[in-house]
Structure formats: structure tokens, C-alpha cells
Design a protein around this ligand. Sequence first.
Ligand SMILES: NC(=O)C1=CN([C@@H]2O[C@H](COP(=O)(O)OP(=O)(O)OC[C@H]3O[C@@H](n4cnc5c(N)ncnc54)[C@H](OP(=O)(O)O)[C@@H]3O)[C@@H](O)[C@H]2O)C=CC1
Ligand SMILES: O=C(O)C1=N[C@H](C(=O)O)C[C@H](O)C1
Length: 234
Amino acid sequence: MNIALLGYGKMGKTIEQIAIKRGHNVVLTIDKDDKNYDITKADVAIDFSVPTVAYNNISNCINNNVPVISGTTGWLDKYDDAVALCEEKKGAFIYASNYSLGVNIFFELNKTLAKMMSNLKQYNVSMEEIHHTQKLDAPSGTAISLANDIIENHEGFTNWKLDENGKKTIPITAKRIEDVPGTHTVTYESEVDTINIEHIAHTRQGFALGAVIAAEWIAGKTGVFTMNDVLNIG
Ligand SMILES: NC(=O)C1=CN([C@@H]2O[C@H](COP(=O)(O)OP(=O)(O)OC[C@H]3O[C@@H](n4cnc5c(N)ncnc54)[C@H](OP(=O)(O)O)[C@@H]3O)[C@@H](O)[C@H]2O)C=CC1
Ligand SMILES: O=C(O)C1=N[C@H](C(=O)O)C[C@H](O)C1
């Protein structure tokens, strides 16, 4: 496949290595100053850029009939617009806050645990995410997905907040530490004990491999999909 990389930073470069190893061609690498490029050279585009440009990158692909995989976080106020555009243009689009197989298994574990804890009022839930110091958004997209999945599956919680407690609120703490690829911990705590579930990414390879697998999967399809469709889990 001919792949365009929209965003050629830490993730873009890791994705390039994996895509080439899997026999693909990287035909475009786009960064901040690249403006008048021809996206139609690509069979599929993979966007790992910055929150302020993700929607423009995605809509440009959809408008030019190029399937697009987006992993950029922090732009979800525009997600419904991207879905509507994709449906209108009969395009192909996937957004995932986290493309790694391990985190997608962790998402399922988190939903199951939330259902199990739903009637156990003695447990409070909280969440911590740790990432490298260059990360622009907080909390992470993955932490937001985890919190929304708890809200959907647990009667006791209706919202999440960064660094804030509240009766029906899931408090999320975001820590920034040099070189950490991504760690997410969900904690249920009662007076007598603590239950933690945790995912620790050791490198960015898992995120990048998942994004390339999603790009391979979407070829020839039309619609808005999730990683559950790609991995056939959930
Ligand atoms: N869903 C997932 O599995 C994962 C998601 N992410 C997310 O992916 C995004 C990128 O992460 P990461 O690679 O670590 O970040 P980087 O900062 O290393 O890379 C982002 C790149 O986007 C570039 N960029 C800026 N403006 C544009 C533009 N208009 N068009 C295209 N590219 C542009 C930046 O260029 P410049 O430096 O010149 O500004 C930079 O090279 C983040 O939102 C992060 O949260 C990260 C890992 C996994
Ligand atoms: O910025 C990152 O690095 C990461 N961002 C994603 C997120 O916000 O959840 C995924 C992963 O944790 C790495």
C-alpha cells in the first residue's frame, strides 16, 4: 500500500519503520510547514499530528476519498463532525485513542471490572496516566476512553475531571515524566483494600503496529470504524 503519514514526529517515524517492514511504501510525510501536498497519491493516510490540526488533516483525506486512520488525541470536540463528513462522503475513517493490542484488551478488562464494581458502593474509583514531558494534552485520550467506559458500565459515576474529586466524578491524575511512552492505572479503593489494573507501554512500537494493521484492514471499506472492528474484540 502507498501510505501518507500526516505528522512525522515520534509516532510518524515509528509507523514508517513498521510500515516499510510490512512491505508498504511511505509516499508522503507531512509536518507543520507542508501545505500544498497531493494526498491522493496515497491509498491510506495515517494521522498522528497535533490536536489543533487533526480535524483538518482528517477532513482533507475524507474530501479526497482517501481512507484515514487517526491516532491524534485532544481534538474530540470535532469527532462528531468527522463522523458526519465521512458518512456524507461515503469515506472510511478510524479514530482510536490507543492503537495497541494490549490497551484494547485493557479497555475490555476495564469495562468488565466496572460492571462487577457497579453495585459495590464502598469502592471509589480513580485513574492515573503517566506520559513523557512533550505530551500536549491532558488527560490522555486513553484515560478519557477508560473513564467514559467506566461511566457507561458503572452506576456510581457520571463524569470525569482532571485533578478533581466529586461524589459521582472519576478523578484523573496526569503525570509528565521524561521518556515515559504511556502508563494507565485504574484504581478501586475501599477502606479495607485496593484493586488496581494497569497497562504499561514499554515502547511506541505497539501503538504504531496497531495503526499500520488498522490501515491494512480499512483498505476497500467504507464507513466509520473502531479498533474493536479491526481487532474483532469487545
Ligand atoms: N492513538 C494512539 O495509539 C497514540 C496516539 N498518540 C497521539 O499522537 C499524536 C502525535 O504524537 P507524537 O508523534 O508523540 O507527537 P510529536 O510531537 O512527536 O509529533 C507530532 C508531529 O505532528 C507535526 N505537525 C504539526 N503541525 C502539523 C500539520 N499541520 N500537519 C501534519 N503534521 C503536523 C509536528 O511537527 P512540528 O514538530 O514541526 O510541529 C510533529 O512532527 C499525539 O496527539 C499523541 O497523543 C501517540 C501515541 C499513540
Ligand atoms: O502522547 C502520547 O505519547 C500517547 N498518547 C495517547 C493518549 O493520549 O492516550 C496514547 C498513548 O498513551 C501515548
